[in-house]
Ligand binder design. Structure first.
Ligand SMILES: [Zn+2]
Length: 408
């Protein structure tokens, strides 16, 4: 056999082996992929193996590939699995039963901003091995506060800087994914929390502490500000020129001072979780019509503020505060409601979907393998019957939820 012939047959054998030897876990065919980076929608095949997206491309590349499961995606749309970036899965009210509701709405990850460390860790393990149906939980454990509040399991009170290092170290050892703080943390303590958290590579999320301005908290390295309402409250409590009423607070946030603030947040990568839905739920439940109407007008102003933030390149995280009963939000549905409020504020739907996919991955610095539909990314996906870019409510036209490469 001549060398050329030998090479020719070897190649055929090689191709044969590489085609037939492997049967991949899942192939989604002809599905319209919502590309959040390029803001386009393109028909592709998606090949998944071992929980990872290993190939995204057009038909011809996939000709000889075999898969154990094939989903025909014609006429369907696919987005990365959604995140609720602000929940409190507190054990005492047994939210274990609610975890499946997140999946029902396409939420494959949540960021728990204050809860019982022990139960969160157990649930996360059970979810991982699919003993429990629920989202992956990225948790902070107990909230760090400047004064005693709530149950010991949910809050650690820190009144001075002395204990900060040992507390952050022990949380880090316990495996938390970030640190959560509340508004009573004193400026000196905040500084030390941020210093110690940085040493442990843990981002710090929280209410802007009273006595520290948002500009300073951002410069000092807070990774996210939780609740637009808490940001507004911090204006009443900033060390220099505190605002005296809500009219002035709103004027600050939509005016030049707001624009300066958002530039600072953008430069420092300080994210914002507006949780507008909590305000809407409370307003809707208000019995007095006059108060209700006032609440609705205030909500419109808040939407305008969030739009101004996005216009100034602030990164937004969609969250619901699910788990605090008084706030009336629920698992799953409330995230879609929050996304609708963001969309109604005039933010384009690619950005709205990013607030619940790519942006939380960026918060945890895992955006290289979570939050997009790309080769090498975690296969958390939601298939929809209608295009969510055309109408954000189409997020409710769920077809399949895929978590870690498996239909759940
Ligand atoms: Zn909260």
């Amino acid at each position: 056999m001549s060398f050329i012939k030998f090479a020719y047959y070897s190649l055929i054998i090689l191709i044969f082996i590489s085609c037939d030897a492997k049967s991949y876990d899942l192939l989604i065919q002809n599905v319209s992929v919502i590309d959040l980076e390029n803001k386009t929608v393109q028909k592709h095949n998606i090949l998944i193996d071992d929980g990872i997206i290993i190939r995204v491309g057009v038909d011809s590349v996939f000709k000889d590939i075999s898969a154990k499961k094939i989903i025909e995606g014609s006429g369907r749309y696919v987005i990365p699995g959604l995140w609720d970036s602000h929940v409190h899965l507190m054990e005492e009210v047994n939210y274990k039963n609610k975890l499946a509701d997140f999946i029902t709405y396409g939420i494959t990850s949540v960021r728990d901003t204050g809860g019982n460390l022990d139960s969160l860790k157990i649930w996360n393990e059970q979810i991982k091995i699919r003993e429990l149906r629920g989202p992956t939980i990225y948790f902070a454990g107990p909230t760090l506060s400047g004064k005693k509040e709530g149950e010991a399991a949910f809050t650690i009170t820190i009144e001075d800087t002395l204990k900060v290092q040992s507390i952050i170290d022990s949380l880090s050892t316990a495996g938390v994914h970030f640190i959560k703080i509340h508004d009573q943390v004193k400026p000196k303590v905040l500084e030390e929390i941020l210093r110690q958290a940085k040493l442990q590579n843990l981002p710090v999320a929280g209410h802007v502490p009273f006595g520290t301005s948002m500009e300073d908290a951002s410069e000092m390295g807070m990774a996210s500000f939780e609740h637009l309402s808490a940001m507004i409250a911090s204006l009443f409590n900033k060390p220099v020129d505190p605002v005296k009423n809500f009219g002035l607070a709103y004027a600050y946030m939509v005016g030049e001072s707001g624009e300066e603030l958002y530039k600072t947040l953008s430069i420092n990568s300080t994210f914002v979780t507006p949780t507008l839905i909590t305000y809407k739920r409370i307003t809707d439940a208000e019995e007095d019509e006059g108060v209700r109407n006032m609440g609705r007008r205030a909500l419109k102003k808040q939407q305008k503020i969030v739009k101004a933030m996005v216009d100034n390149d602030v990164t937004i995280l969609a969250g619901t505060d699910f788990g605090i009963p008084e706030l009336l939000t629920d698992a799953g549905q409330s995230l879609i409601d929050e996304l609708r409020l963001l969309s109604q504020s005039g933010i384009d739907n690619y950005e709205v979907i990013k607030s619940a996919t790519l942006n939380p991955a960026r918060f945890f610095k895992i955006e290289d393998y979570v939050g997009l539909i790309k080769e090498g990314y975690k296969a958390d996906l939601v298939l929809l019957k209608k295009n969510p870019i055309e109408d954000i409510d189409n997020l409710l036209t769920l077809n399949y939820v895929i978590k870690g490469g498996e239909v759940v």
